[in-house]
Design a protein around this ligand. Structure first.
Ligand code: UDP
Length: 412
């Protein structure tokens, strides 16, 4: 039911020139204090979406500084993932409730999972998001446990939150991406706020010259000599891909040669994606300048990197957004970003300074036109965006945050 991810090799020294040097001394200090401690992360999937993206860098870097950290994910289980996607939607504010059968199935599956987890016996479990959240209630032993929520629970569905609350209360600490996500009923002093971070050296973010990026993007039928806007995001209702198409259509009145790329990903823990992608294909109404692409077409990390670099503007028109690493990734590439006024996007974009914040389709279209008309503004915003990311959202900072917390929970 759970499976281990083989950690890729990485070198912490390579990050030194990219970000504040002060993190490194702390990283080594805490890593030394964690000698002999076993730490395990568990989340729903090893690929697709922001959590896998973070763990894919964070855990190998822990390994690199000699912290005994492992990463497990939940194996394919369609019925369970259908239900957990629904729980995710409820926690982000969808109305309604789980049925009694659904609650039982969720708890039974968590109980089964806990049986497998039991034999691993780490000193510390870090369980990500709602999928494995109840397992802590079924695990015995003297280990510590942290629940790490990556979602926007600021206006959560109370009924579903209250169903999970007795299991949440079993944790020693909680990590949220923003302060206002802290749900009711949790002890405030047990909560910590860690904004996510990106890896500037992985395939998604590594430097790439413009001509290589254009070559990659061109392979997908995009004319790289014409303006391109893109949203790179899971096919998910909270990301409002329909609103992006609408905004593109309005902006097209001013820029008739505009192209739009909507890039999404199909991952095992997100069964809703297929349906939404089909709806979007219909909604695009055979417009040859709307390109709906995914990992199934061969758009993986390197291709995402190229798309973010070649796009004139990157859009993330979310209605709810835990953090929005796609915003961070685009800013790192000096792109002007138009982001929805939601969750972590509000934390990253200072409206009019390093990007634009929008709510409506018309606002989005107006900002697209403004940025396409004013190259200098686009450039300035892009540069400011990169600086924001360099200061706040690169992976060494997050590694430091985690190791410091593990030391606090295991050694104090
Ligand atoms: N992503 C990707 N391919 C896609 C869509 C998304 O690789 O087609 C990645 C994206 O680059 C980012 C992550 O998935 O690293 C999405 O993280 P974010 O925080 O924006 O949203 P989440 O999926 O966690 O809701």
């Amino acid at each position: 039911m759970i499976k281990e991810v083989e950690l890729r090799k990485c070198e912490i020294a390579q990050y030194r020139n990219l970000t504040e040097s002060t993190h490194y001394d702390e990283i080594y200090e805490y890593a030394a204090k964690l000698k002999g401690k076993k730490i395990i992360h568990l989340n729903a999937t090893s690929s697709g979406g922001g959590v896998a993206e973070i763990l894919n860098t964070l855990v190998p870097l822990m390994d690199c500084v000699k912290v005994n950290a492992r990463w497990f994910y939940i194996e394919k289980n369609s019925k369970f993932f259908h239900l957990t996607k629904e729980i995710h939607n409820f926690l982000q504010g969808k109305k309604g409730d789980l049925t009694k059968e659904e609650k039982n199935f969720f708890l039974e599956t968590n109980k089964e999972m806990a049986k497998e987890m039991q034999s691993l016996k780490p000193d510390l479990w870090i369980l990500h998001d709602p999928q494995p959240v109840a397992t802590q209630g079924f695990l015995s032993g003297s280990h510590k446990a942290i629940w790490r929520s990556h979602i926007d629970t600021s206006k959560t569905n109370r009924k579903v939150w209250n169903f999970l609350l007795p299991y949440l209360k079993k944790y020693d600490l909680y990590i949220f991406s923003m302060r206002r996500y802290i749900g009711e009923g949790l002890e405030y002093k047990k909560t910590r706020i860690f904004p996510p971070a990106i890896d500037p050296l992985n395939q998604k973010n590594v430097e790439m010259d413009r001509s290589s990026a254009k070559k990659i993007v061109g392979k997908f039928g995009i004319d790289t000599e014409r303006p391109l806007i893109s949203q790179i995001s899971r096919f998910d209702p909270w990301k409002d891909p329909w609103g992006v198409i609408d905004a593109y259509r309005v902006a097209k009145n001013k820029f008739p040669n505009l192209q739009l790329a909507l890039i999404g990903v199909f991952s095992l823990d997100d069964p809703q994606a297929q349906k939404i992608a089909s709806e979007l294909i219909k909604y695009s109404n055979k417009d040859k300048n709307i390109h709906i692409l995914s990992n199934k077409d061969g758009v993986h990390a390197l291709e995402v990197n190229a798309f973010q670099r070649v796009s004139d503007i990157v859009i993330q028109k979310s209605i709810k957004e835990g953090f929005g690493m796609t915003v961070t990734e685009a800013m790192w590439k000096e792109k002007p970003v138009i982001g929805g006024r939601a969750g972590g996007i509000l934390e990253q974009i200072e409206d009019g300074v390093n990007g634009f914040l929008v709510t409506t389709v018309q606002e989005t279209a107006d900002r697209i036109v403004q940025l396409l008309e004013d190259e200098n503004l686009a450039k300035r915003m892009g540069q400011k965006g990169k600086e924001t990311v360099r200061k706040k959202y690169l992976i060494p900072r997050l590694l430091r945050d985690h190791l410091k917390l593990y030391d606090e929970i295991l050694n104090s």
